[in-house]
Ligand binder design. Sequence first.
Ligand SMILES: Cc1cc2nc3c(=O)[nH]c(=O)nc-3n(C[C@H](O)[C@H](O)[C@H](O)COP(=O)(O)OP(=O)(O)OC[C@H]3O[C@@H](n4cnc5c(N)ncnc54)[C@H](O)[C@@H]3O)c2cc1C
Length: 417
Amino acid sequence: MKHVIIGNGPAGVVAAETLRKLDANAEIVLAGDEPEPPYSRMAIPYLLMGNIAEQGTHLRKDKDHFSSLKISLVNARAEKIDTAARSVKLANGDTLAYDRLLIATGSHPVQPPVPGMDLPGVHTCWTLADARQIIAKAKPGARVVQMGAGFIGCIIMEALAARGVQLTVVEMGDRMVPRMMNATAGGMIRQWVEKKGVRVHVSARIEAISAVDGALSAKLSTGESLAADLIISATGVRPNIAFLQGSGISTKDGILVDDQLQTTVPGIYAAGDVTESIGFHSGLPQLNAVQPNAADQARVAAGNMAGNLSQFQGSLAINVLDTLGLISTSFGQWWGESKADGGESVELVDAEKFRYLSLQLSEDVLIGATSLGWSDHVGALRGLIQGRVRLGPWRARLLADPTQFMAAYLGAAQGTA
Ligand SMILES: Cc1cc2nc3c(=O)[nH]c(=O)nc-3n(C[C@H](O)[C@H](O)[C@H](O)COP(=O)(O)OP(=O)(O)OC[C@H]3O[C@@H](n4cnc5c(N)ncnc54)[C@H](O)[C@@H]3O)c2cc1C
């Protein structure tokens, strides 16, 4: 059995290792198009802060790790899949034949259609190559403008602040992290970062970037202009699916997969940021570009590729952010459900202490949660949601005092309620 995996990020690596565990004799090829050994984008902020060297970002630190597992690493870009011939054409001219194929090509940063995005000094923060550019330019005192205050934007803010830059953030949504936090939580994150010296513009777009006197100038939709030595674009990501055109593999925004993570072409699977897999609550296809999702999907896809039937429970939002030291999380259907559909919610706000908790219930099951300033036990929120735990008497207790979620988890999830 020959397994080919395209993409050597967390999804590709976890899948390759899982396949090896399940089948000692299969041939496993892991192809990636970046020149570095497989690495974790999640580690980039620590590299920017200077807490780790580049090697610290590598997913497996032992240089013999893959060869000892008889996983062949190929450094080349997959250009085309011939599903009839069961082969992958690589940009270096080689062809890889497969019995089972996994597509784990991740996503790429969206490039907003803003004039001047291609000027020197405007960068994304997605690859190690990007990180090197940012390290070279984000010197103490440098004026940095960050486009976008979403998930990645908030994560890299701490690293930029630690580099001693003057940071201004421009977000087109009406709050920070609009796709992961509600208005109250997003507003509190904004107050927190402003207190730490970051300037924030919400409901504002960068409309044009120009080079002025050896620096950059970002023109905002509000009429203001911001001078910058470095502009970092963090305006969202999109799955890497362009090379699948004409392959017969169905895609929408990402690759459509069933609950075994098989694509519409038998024998071809997909995992990680590149998929548009069924939602945990909605049952409808959705993107979910976070690493826990990539690893979960990789294990399930690899299981099925090896012939062990395994089922994906659905893509669950698991958002954990550290924004300049303020820990925030949102899980599941954090925006809740309408009362007409059985939805009920409870909210606790302590603006002074930057603590916030919101629980969203459907009947007596927790379906979503948002927290700010809680670093302990938030895994219990995820556990309650992912386990679809029936709260029984804990429902009323949580509605009266949402801080009891850990006790509810222990009580209800372990059947002692
Ligand atoms: C700065 C930063 C911080 C982050 N922090 C967090 C965090 O704290 N928590 C979290 O959950 N997530 C975080 N993420 C997101 C997380 O990194 C991604 O969700 C995760 O990397 C997805 O894994 P993946 O294997 O699906 O894709 P990727 O890691 O993107 O790996 C895919 C690989 O496939 C390669 N590839 C693409 N096309 C081809 C092709 N045609 N042929 C061959 N190879 C190809 C790509 O170059 C890449 O190397 C962060 C991301 C960034 C950039």
